[in-house]
Design a protein around this ligand. Structure first.
Ligand SMILES: CC(C)(COP(=O)(O)OP(=O)(O)OC[C@H]1O[C@@H](n2cnc3c(N)ncnc32)[C@H](O)[C@@H]1OP(=O)(O)O)[C@@H](O)C(=O)NCCC(=O)NCCS
Length: 215
């Protein structure tokens, strides 16, 4: 049986997650094969970039040995739902996928499990990050940031020093979070927004420069 990494989902973000795993394997061959898991049995056998759809969640749950799983979902709430469902099974492992061209020094950045860090990301020092976050291409995270779980940072988002982000936050592409700010759970920061004030109301959608709650 090849040592596989299973990507949960078959969307564009799932394909990009497979590509991230493939880039890691070119430097450190952690897996022999990448395979996809679909919610839809009809997708079994479908060829996607970097791998084939091999089964549904049932395949993961029924596995007799420990297996590595990555969640290829880019919507924070769905990422959380799937992560919470699968972490109940102790034989499923959720490695952090860190692209070889990301700068993340493990001495200075504490990561939980199941995080994905794409090419071009830079994280500096004294940073704490929870579980199942997605840092898409070229995201930066500065000193002393505290980031919870299930957050999704779209490409080129910049998180400044001493920022605190709860969980399930979506930070749109090119968004900026200025230093020392706090963002409550499930907030959405629109593409290109510049956050200049903390937002402590969960689920607020903020857009513009400076970012303001959408009415
Ligand atoms: C802010 C956001 C979450 C709102 O999503 P939504 O509720 O579906 O918003 P809609 O598309 O219905 O737009 C509603 C209004 O907000 C405006 N709007 C949407 N996104 C905006 C943004 N980032 N900045 C400024 N205005 C924005 C729309 O123009 C529209 O204005 P109108 O009512 O005057 O026409 C979303 O637009 C966004 O920016 N998501 C991030 C996307 C991203 O990062 N994509 C990259 C993927 S890798």
């Amino acid at each position: 049986m090849p040592h596989r990494l299973y990507i949960v989902a078959t969307s564009g973000l799932a394909k990009e997650t497979a590509q991230l795993a493939d880039a890691i394997c070119r430097v450190t061959p952690l897996w022999d094969e990448i395979a996809y898991i679909s919610q839809d049995r009809k997708e079994i056998g479908r060829k996607l970039p970097f791998g084939v759809v091999v089964g549904t969640d049932e395949l993961l749950i029924a596995a007799a040995e420990s297996i590595d799983v990555a969640i290829g979902i880019g919507a924070p709430t769905a990422r959380k739902r799937v992560a919470q469902a699968l972490t109940q099974y102790s034989h499923l492992r959720f490695p952090n996928l860190i692209h070889p061209k990301a700068l993340v020094d493990p001495d200075w950045v504490r990561l939980g499990i199941g995080n994905a860090v794409a090419a071009g990301c830079v994280m500096t020092c004294d940073i704490e990050i929870g579980d199942f976050n997605l840092f898409n291409l070229n995201v930066t995270v500065a000193h002393d940031a505290r980031i919870g779980s299930y957050n999704v940072f779209n490409p080129s988002c910049n998180v400044s020093g001493n920022v605190q982000i709860d969980s399930e936050v979506l930070a749109g592409t090119g968004s900026q979070v200025l230093e020392k700010l706090q963002i409550a759970s499930r907030c959405m920061l629109g593409a290109g927004a510049v956050l200049t004030r903390s937002c402590d109301v969960e689920g607020t959608v903020l857009t513009g420069v400076p970012a303001r709650p959408r009415t």
